[in-house]
Design a protein around this ligand. Sequence first.
Ligand SMILES: Cc1ncc(C[n+]2csc(CCOP(=O)(O)OP(=O)(O)O)c2C)c(N)n1
Ligand code: SF4
Length: 575
Amino acid sequence: MDLDYEFTLKDQIFIFKFVEFTNIGFTATTQPMEKTLLLGDEAIAQGAIDAGISGIYAYPGTPSTEIMEYIMNSIEAHSKNIRTGWATNEKTAMEASLGMSYAGKRAIVCMKHVGLNVAADAFINSAITGANGGLIVVAADDPSMHSSQNEQDSRFYGKFAMIPSLEPSNQQEAYDMVHYGFEISERFKVPILMRLTTRLAHSRSGVIRKDPRPQNPLQLPDNPKQYILLPANARRQFRHLLDIQGDFQEDADKSNFNLYLDGPDKSLGIVACGIAYNYLLENFSDGKVPYPILKIGQYPLSRPKMKRLYEECEEILVLEDGYPIVEELINSFFGLGKKIKGRLNGTIRRDGELNPNKVGKALGLTIPETRPIPDLVTNRPPKLCKGCPHIYSYNALNEALTEYSKGRVFSDIGCYTLGALEPFEAINSCVDMGASITMAKGAADAGFTPAVAVIGDSTFTHSGMTGLLDAVNDKSSITVVILDNATVAMTGGQHSSALGKIEAICEALGVEKDHIKIMNPSPKYHEENMNTFKNEIRYQGVSVIIPRRECLHTAARRIKEEKRKTEKEKLPSIV
Ligand SMILES: Cc1ncc(C[n+]2csc(CCOP(=O)(O)OP(=O)(O)O)c2C)c(N)n1
Ligand code: SF4
């Protein structure tokens, strides 16, 4: 039995006053001291609305998607004219938020952890330009890779960019940290990174809201050169960033999010970062932990508090959901021989999500037996929905490729990645968004032809277009299949930036019009589709095939919405 997946969050108190549903969406009540039941993502979103943002930018990605969705559906956000809407990728989202900050307004940009890799150029440089209006970059990490390609820890990015990072331990802190994050972003004139993990993003708890703050007026930065990163300016700006590192440190030392909580038993001192603090409390039914705890919610690490813990306690246990970043720092800060327990020394498994049971085991507690997972929910691998258009694209493609040896289909990230599984086994790679086209190109350049790339419509505009241009410029012999289901299906059916634009984009990038083919991925067109695949795969150049049929769920939602609108129009109007 795997205990990893069995836990509850005791601290998630289920008191909620009221969430009002309307035809546009929902909005929380504002009575003081009443708790609103919010997901971690929603707490960030509501915090951002209340803290006076003028805009949110994001590209969907689990577990961050609900932040944008909440603000898009919020009547309050609509009434305040807060800019919402999906960006084409995380880099464009990051840059747009930087532009809004340049104009003096508060902005928030949200993405999943791997999205920060895409936005990294802009993100790291935004620490050098600095911010004008408050700017918060939210990265939602996914330890255990519930829906991701890796479990990288975004706190490294905060350290890499040398800006303050915030890591909430519960939904209330997530809400409060947004207010605080904007405040320090404007005080220090730098963007702030906020990192959370899946369980916090996707679990609910009662949140007390603060009084809403008005939006900032338009106001350009005092220093007109701040955003011009020519080397001479960049050097100056970077030196300034280095100069204010001490201020970040001082702020973290004083921060209410970094608490030293004393305990009588000094045989162990516990460092609990973000949600790990919640997991720690979960192991003590009265909420009283006998050991001193350093609860961390703001980075850089508070050295005086860490030093006190190190000096007062015999051993240190580091609890962090993600990489052993703090454990590593303590080892190298002090390195004075005391035992530091955590993921690095093997007390806690190096990979995978942290949870209360893992924390209990690390504390040497006896973990009560949990009920086994019922058969109904075990071993149920994900699969394409029955009738999904991707199924018929793969059926035709697989048949068209029977005359060649295996291993020729480079794929990408989306629902269609499930084509890797039985019964299709249609694809041979899935690395990062956009890599299908460029990997197919590289393989074709190496002489491995035919090489086929399979990419979704949203992934194509996210990161596929530039690779296609490379292939066109090099006249690489590849067939690119852009599966157009008119949505970003895998993350819940968000609007796809590619909608209605794919052929025009391909043509503009230089793909010959005669080699851009549209097909309907349905069983009745199987023969026709298979022949189209065969012909284009034989073509020695760049060809694009666009199987086009709406995702079943998006279609169902669209039809329901259209029906609701028609029924509403039919209602007699009250004058
Ligand atoms: C850099 C990055 N950003 C976001 C995601 C989350 N994500 C996974 S697949 C996907 C897009 C899928 O849309 P599409 O390509 O249209 O394929 P579909 O799921 O609709 O078949 C997204 C946004 C990710 N894995 N990596
Ligand atoms: S959600 Fe849509 S695209 Fe994804 S598998 Fe189901 S039908 Fe296919």
